[in-house]
Ligand binder design. Structure first.
Ligand code: 5AD
Ligand code: SF4
Length: 425
């Protein structure tokens, strides 16, 4: 979500004569696009801002701004606490950025964090930047109405709105005409796409439509809430040839008691039924997930239920988080008497289990020849390219730049923790 917002920010700033540089030291304008999902991310914002202060001391004309979820939450207060900050823009106000920057150029500080109404937000959706990427995100909905008890997102991103399916399809057709080969449909909870709009397609129907776009090779989506995952959507993984065989399906916990306290709207058994459905329509599918450790009142039995879930599903990868109280959320009011040592110890047990399972899964790719969509030159250098397998796993291999944008057969010769090394066949 933040990557997409950052792209939009770049496009808007290019419109008023700015261009990107690769270091804050060289910039006339520095913007931080922020995340407040956990306390650590939030604290980092202040750390980063601190690093820009000496630059501003040397060059007072440097403009510094903050956007995204922390900006939404803190608003004008940030201008008070950070005296060298020039502008603050909230999650619904990216379009106001050019105006704020022009004001700051005239030494006027400003903050805009209003939430907008549905109609205005729908009108702001279209995003037609021209980039030569092979793969792009396409936002299909924004906001979240789920109010999981630990989560700040509904408060900082606002209510759900879904973009008209015709507009989404037209955007994807336009991207494909520019050379894009893969799109990832993006939303806080894509499964509730269209449900609140009269006569709109369901998310499964939208996938069907996008799958038919000529010239598109691959289709992905993120993120899916298990409670809204319909059989129709599960069946897409058996039916749609462009849909990649990977799904990110955050489970958060394997304990029914904790899931209830989290307000997730499903039980462990419900979740497992959906996973079985996915594996039966698409036996090669690989799942990834998000898990929170140390939710208030989590007992050893609750935690063991999470470990059991990880064993049963066999995730290819998991993003594991220590619970972080977010003020204003329901969970922040719950009594939390677990020691941080205990939480950390559980966190490490979970990571050890997941690392073992993930390693077993990724090792299955060794010596196999897999189709890889080539995205660009690898960060590794040495004439290496990088691309991804259907499971969203990065593969680095030596090849000519002309291959960028093509799907090529690559033999996996080495499996690392987060990527594979391959040889072009
Ligand atoms: N503490 C820890 N993790 C959180 N997440 C969301 N809110 C919190 C929180 N308060 C995690 C969830 C979510 C992911 C994006 O971040 O696992 O799926
Ligand atoms: Fe947060 Fe839950 Fe919405 Fe995901 S579905 S953004 S975890 S409230």
């Amino acid at each position: 979500m933040n990557v997409v917002d950052s792209e939009r920010i770049v496009d808007l700033l290019e419109g008023i004569g700015y261009a990107q540089v690769d270091a804050a030291e060289k910039a006339d304008l520095v913007l931080l696009n922020t995340c407040s999902v956990r306390d650590k991310a939030e604290r980092k914002v202040y750390g980063h801002l601190g690093r820009f202060k000496p630059i501003k001391d040397r060059r007072p004309e440097l403009i510094i701004g903050v956007g995204g979820c922390v900006a939404q939450q803190e608003g004008e207060k940030m201008l008070e606490t950070v005296p060298y900050l020039d502008l603050v823009f909230g999650t619904h106000n990216i379009h106001r950025l050019p105006e704020l920057v022009l004001q700051a150029e005239e030494k006027r500080r400003g903050s805009v964090t209003d939430f907008l109404d549905r109609e205005t937000r729908l009108n702001l959706f279209p995003h037609r930047s021209v980039r030569d990427n092979v793969t792009r995100f396409v936002t299909v909905m924004q906001g979240c109405d789920n109010f999981c008890s630990y989560c700040i997102v509904p408060y900082v991103r606002g209510r759900e709105v879904s973009r008209p399916s015709g507009e989404i399809k037209a955007e994807i057709e336009g991207l494909v005409a520019q050379g894009v080969r893969e799109v990832t449909l993006l939303g806080q909870n894509v499964n509730s796409y269209g449900l609140k709009e009269d006569g709109e397609l369901s998310f499964a129907e939208l996938l069907n439509e996008v799958n038919q776009v000529a010239g598109l090779e691959r289709l992905r989506f993120a993120t899916s809430h298990p409670k809204d995952m319909t059989d129709e959507l599960i069946n897409c993984f058996g039916r749609l040839d462009k849909l990649c065989k990977h799904i990110h399906l955050p489970v958060q916990s394997g304990s029914d008691r904790i899931l209830e306290l989290m307000n997730r709207g499903y039980t462990a058994a419900d979740y497992l039924r959906k996973v079985e459905g996915l594996k039966s329509v698409c036996p090669e599918i690989r799942l990834t997930t998000d898990i929170i450790v140390g939710f208030p009142g989590e007992t050893e039995d609750d935690f063991l239920a999470t470990l059991e879930m990880v064993e049963m599903v066999r995730y290819a990868d998991a993003f594991t988080f220590l619970y972080s109280p977010r003020s204003g959320t329901k969970a922040a009011e719950l009594q939390d008497d677990q020691s941080s040592v205990l939480k950390q110890e559980r966190f490490e047990r979970l990571c050890a289990l997941q690392n073992r399972i993930g390693e077993e899964i990724w090792q299955q790719d060794l010596d196999k020849v897999l189709p890889v969509l080539v995205e660009g030159e690898s960060k590794q250098g040495d004439g290496q390219l990088f691309g991804r397998t259907t499971w969203n796993r990065i593969v680095n291999f030596v090849g000519e730049k002309e291959l960028i944008g093509m799907t090529v057969p690559v033999k996996i010769v080495k499996v690392f923790r987060n990527s594979n090394l391959g040889e072009l066949i």
